[in-house]
Design a binder for this molecule. Structure first.
Ligand code: NAP
Length: 321
């Protein structure tokens, strides 16, 4: 790889993964933080593009809410600025500079999945925890299909209820419709082998009680590598779901954690959605299954979810106390 890549949001969780992957592939990363130049504004960003002259830009900057997505409900202006205005500003600057680029988006704009019915038709179901659907998830997983890139988001301001975060991520994709030279990469619940508060596998181990649901998830390095490789193979610009193929339930992941890491503690689960939202969460959470056929059709490879999870847990690096 012989590219010079301008990386926005390089200080963040996802940005650091891109930095590692691009460097490992022999590319040059020019990491830009708002503390060096305010890339959220058009004029300073365009100035940087003209000075740095990158071959490609990766945007990992955005507003995710700390300690979790509930914070977006109380910091709505920051959430809009980070997730809607910022991608639009980058699109405009990149169009002027004639620079191809990629935006890290999210699968959190969907809820549920598709269920193949006995007559072969397919029904969209927003809540796969419903007991009859959950039985299908557990005993006939082949009947569960994911959302494709052509499906309209069903967990957004246009299809409420949604979290404020998810609403802005869906709008952040809308403002990029028709943007030339732009990839939109959808990440979903990142995890890897490095213990840390942003890692799904760590979160599951630290929750007092676990919320059992059904999701597609993305190994963080697999995600960043697949995004970079989409450009390397010359895949058409546009939107791509970038998760490890398949889906998992939180219970299945906990079971793997228990078998592999043998933690001291016992895990308990929220009795129901109703109890989880009453006690532990302020805003609805997205849980969904994604279809990655479009990504795989480009020739870019990504491991099945079971393999990626097993590998991450077998190479687990506990956080230093
Ligand atoms: N982590 C997840 O679970 C997850 C899942 C799906 C999608 N995503 C998406 O992936 C992208 C990166 O997420 P992340 O988890 O890496 O986030 P993060 O750790 O919070 O990092 C985001 C970076 O964005 C920059 N930034 C620019 N404008 C900002 C603003 N208004 N508020 C806060 N930070 C701002 C900051 O870098 P500087 O100030 O140094 O420039 C910050 O380090 C986001 O678009 C997010 O929606 C994340």
């Amino acid at each position: 790889m012989n590219s010079r890549i301008l990386l926005l949001g390089a200080t963040g969780y996802v940005g650091q993964a891109f930095q590692r992957v691009i460097s490992q592939k022999g590319g040059t990363v020019v990491a830009l933080s708002r503390s060096q130049a305010d890339y959220t504004r058009f004029a300073p960003l365009l100035r940087v593009l003209r000075e740095v002259k990158p071959d490609f830009l990766v945007n990992c900057a955005g507003y995710t809410g700390k300690p979790n997505v509930d914070a977006c409900e109380t910091h709505q202006a920051d959430t809009i600025l980070g997730n809607v205005n910022l991608p639009q500003t980058i699109a405009q600057a990149c169009e002027v500079a004639d620079l191809p680029w990629g935006q890290v988006s999210s699968g959190c704009i969907y809820a549920g999945g598709k269920v193949v019915q006995p007559d072969g038709s397919v029904a969209v179901e927003k809540d796969l925890t419903r007991p009859d659907l959950r039985r299908i998830v557990d005993s006939e997983p082949g009947r569960i299909r994911g959302f494709t890139e052509t499906d309209t988001p069903n967990f957004s301001f246009r299809a409420p209820p949604c979290s404020f975060y998810s609403g802005t991520k869906a709008l952040g994709e809308e403002v990029l419709h028709g943007a030339p030279g732009c990839y939109v990469w959808r990440l979903r619940i990142p995890f890897d082998e490095v213990d840390g508060m942003r890692n799904y596998l760590t979160k599951l181990q630290r929750y007092d009680r676990v919320y059992d649901n059904v999701n597609s998830v993305s190994h963080l390095t697999d995600f960043a590598r697949a995004c970079v490789e989409l450009r390397e193979v010359g895949a058409p610009f546009g939107t791509y779901n970038v998760t490890n193929p398949g889906f998992v339930t939180s219970r299945q992941v906990i079971q793997r954690i228990v078998e592999t890491l043998k933690p001291q503690r016992q895990f308990t689960f929220w009795e129901s959605d109703e109890e989880f939202y009453r006690v532990a969460a302020k805003t609805p959470r997205s849980n969904c299954v994604m279809d990655v056929s479009k990504l795989l059709s480009t020739g870019v490879k990504i491991r099945p979810v079971e393999e990626a999870l097993k590998d991450a847990l077998s190479r687990w690096i506990p956080e230093k106390k």
